[in-house]
Design a protein around this ligand. Structure first.
Ligand code: GEK
Length: 242
């Protein structure tokens, strides 16, 4: 059982901007499964897609890997087949936990964890790049540069898997999506206080865009085959094939 996320359960005098520190890492699985609709489904299907499109000897990148939920699922999907994964995150506590999970797996040298910002990373030839709920934490200009770098390093037939929290451009629908998202959080046991303090902590840290803005950027960098394969109100997962 993951440790319960109680970070915002008590009234805080000052809400500091959200960070992926030791406290967050210790409750991360509970936080993400109670905060992201269809999280397990999305990770599992993306791991299946990644295994389907992975090209032998190429690199697979997990960008903003946290403590490895995608990587561990990918291991299971690949069974005995070899692969080279680079799992990047700029939170040392996340990577410490990832490394301890890897230590329990055979053939764990297939995954290299790397402490770095994905903003200024140089990619080797890749057939699969995954950015699950992480592009949203980058400055808008950095998002274009990152996706262009990924596209340029991608082999023909390679894929990008992108999942994001999104907003709707139309005010009524944006409000409805927000409302239904807060219902989801309440159903998962978060109080009104927890929901509003977390929202304040994420203000200017997590900057969501519309699905159209994502699609436009993906087209601009060069992708022609783009599919929104999952959408739940204000969350989406997108598959792009080069
Ligand atoms: C999952 N993908 O379980 N460079 C590298 N890492 C970053 C950066 C950056 N510039 N900014 C944020 N991060 C995971 C979930 S969580 C999403 C991803 C969430 C990292 C940050 O440290 C954290 O581990 C991750 O991106 C975002 O499928 O918790 O909402």
């Amino acid at each position: 059982m993951p440790q319960q996320d109680l970070i915002y359960s008590r009234q805080q005098e000052h809400i500091t901007p959200f960070e992926f520190n030791d406290t967050v890492v210790s409750v991360f699985d509970d936080m993400i499964t109670r905060s992201v609709p269809l999280y397990q489904e999305s990770i599992q299907r993306q791991a299946q897609l990644a295994a389907h499109y992975y090209q032998p000897d190429s690199h697979i990148y997990d960008l903003g890997c946290s403590h490895g939920n995608f990587g561990i699922q990918f291991f299971q999907q690949m069974q005995q087949q070899p692969f080279h994964m680079v799992a990047i995150d700029n939170s040392q506590p996340m990577l410490d936990k990832y490394n301890s999970r890897l230590a329990a797996l055979p053939a764990n040298d297939r995954v290299k964890t790397q402490l770095a910002s994905i903003e200024d990373y140089s990619f080797l030839p890749t057939s699969v790049a995954v950015i699950n709920l992480t592009l949203q934490f980058l400055a808008l200009e950095a998002r274009n540069t990152l996706l262009q770098r990924i596209y340029d390093a991608m082999l023909p037939g390679g894929i990008l898997l992108l999942s994001e929290k999104i907003i709707h451009a139309e005010a009524e629908l944006a409000a409805l999506q927000q409302d239904w998202y807060y219902r989801f959080k309440k159903e998962n046991g978060y109080s009104q206080l927890e929901i509003s303090q977390k929202r304040d902590a994420l203000e200017n840290v997590l900057i969501p865009e519309t699905i159209e803005q994502h699609q436009h950027r993906l087209q601009q960098v060069g992708f022609k085959k783009i599919d929104v394969w999952l959408k739940w109100f204000n969350f989406t997962s997108i598959l792009c094939i080069k």
